[in-house]
Design a protein around this ligand. Structure first.
Ligand code: ZN
Length: 389
């Protein structure tokens, strides 16, 4: 009956009690059409140790998670006629949401060089939130015409965000159509010759993507303008040599006016066609391969249940009311599960943790902290919980 290997020491007993308590009182846990989804649950060692499960109602799901103090629960973006059947083919697929999984560990950030890939700092969380906003507001809404109401966003519970697109048309898409969407978002198949049609033609003005263009062309122009706005160093990071970067930045008003209208010829650059093609091509690739890795195309993939607990942090995989709320969302404040009480913990960490608007740590030894901080430190492996009250 008990699906999860519970933690047996005192720390584990306290955490298990908190998880049970959370599931007794939480709201909004059932995904739409809950009885047609496959569920999987895990323990503190394996995030999915048992799958092919199903629940008929939120009540049944919550009871199961509370009774068993389940630290990880996932559900299928797919709907099935028989969600518990196996092998997979016997489930009979009825449709599937489109899911994007954005994770800090797939990104390369300067702060990670300081604190390592296993830790997540405030900068990391801001960066992955910005990537998620870009996916929604630069691709899903303008280029695919999805509405905000068809897009739901949740914090993953640890180091990223999950974006679910759910409308009738998306649900029915076959594997090839899904691949086409992800290829487009990843920029696969962009024709660079097409970006600068007059490149190499002597005496002709260099015409290129304009900030008003739809799709990738517009994104490339806007991305360049954003870097231009940032300054010379930002242009150098795009692969532009220092003298040219300085020249572009000096004439930024003129350059901006040109590119906004598709004229890339406002300042003199030697071999301009080849130069701009090289720069924009590199930009598209660096923007796209990050997105490519974050797309979930495996139809049998289970993904963290929105509003469930993440057993590696004690945070909630909090579902936002609307995608726009992401702009002001701080998971270390808004996704806290264990709001009540304090813990005495014995921990050792050199990290600073910002939770609920306050700084905690670094710590070495016994300390009394809010329960959510104690749980986070313990679940991240920095020590143990002595008591909770
Ligand atoms: Zn960081």
């Amino acid at each position: 009956m008990v699906a999860t290997a519970e933690k047996k020491d005192e720390s584990g007993v306290i955490i298990n009690d908190l998880i049970s308590e959370y599931y007794k009182t939480c709201h909004g846990l059932a995904p739409t059409r809950i009885s047609e989804r496959e569920f999987g649950v895990g323990n503190f060692d394996v995030k999915i140790s048992q799958r092919h499960m199903s629940f008929r109602s939120e009540r049944e799901l919550k009871d199961y998670l509370a009774v068993n103090s389940v630290p990880y629960v996932s559900s299928s973006p797919a709907l099935y006629r028989y969600p518990t059947a196996r092998p997979m083919e016997k489930k009979i697929w009825l449709g599937s949401e489109l899911v994007f999984d954005l994770d800090v560990t797939d990104m390369t950030l300067p702060c990670q060089e300081k604190h390592g890939k296993s830790w997540i700092c405030r900068i990391c969380l801001d960066e992955v939130r910005n990537e998620t906003l870009k996916l929604i507001y630069d691709f899903l809404i303008p280029d695919f015409g999805f509405s905000e109401g068809e897009i739901s966003v949740n914090f993953s519970g640890n180091r990223g965000y999950h974006v679910h697109v759910n409308n009738e048309e998306v649900m029915r898409l076959n594997a090839a159509a899904r691949k086409e969407i992800t290829n487009y978002i990843a920029g696969i198949g962009i024709d660079f010759a097409d970006l600068f049609p007059t490149a190499g033609k002597k005496g002709e003005k260099l015409v290129g993507p304009s900030a008003k263009d739809r799709g990738w062309k517009g994104k490339i122009a806007k991305n360049f303008l954003a870097n231009l706005n940032e300054g010379t160093d930002s242009l150098i990071r795009m692969g532009i040599d220092r003298p040219t970067a300085a020249k572009l930045f000096r004439s930024r008003g003129l350059v901006r006016m040109g590119i906004e209208n598709g004229n890339w010829d406002m300042v003199y650059i030697k071999n301009k066609g080849a130069f701009w093609k090289g720069i924009t091509e590199r930009q598209a690739v660096s923007q796209s391969d990050r997105i490519d890795r974050n797309v979930t195309n495996d139809p049998s993939h289970l993904i963290r249940l929105p509003n469930s607990i993440h057993g590696g942090t004690g945070l909630i995989a909090k579902k936002l009311g609307s995608p726009g709320e992401l702009r002001n969302f701080d998971p270390m404040r808004d996704a806290i599960a264990f709001r009540k009480g304090f813990m005495k913990v014995s921990v050792n960490t050199s990290h600073e943790i910002y939770m609920n608007g306050q700084k905690f740590g670094p710590y070495g030894g016994e300390i009394k902290v809010p329960a959510y901080v104690g749980a986070y430190l313990y679940l991240k492996g920095f020590g143990r919980i002595i008591s909770f009250n």
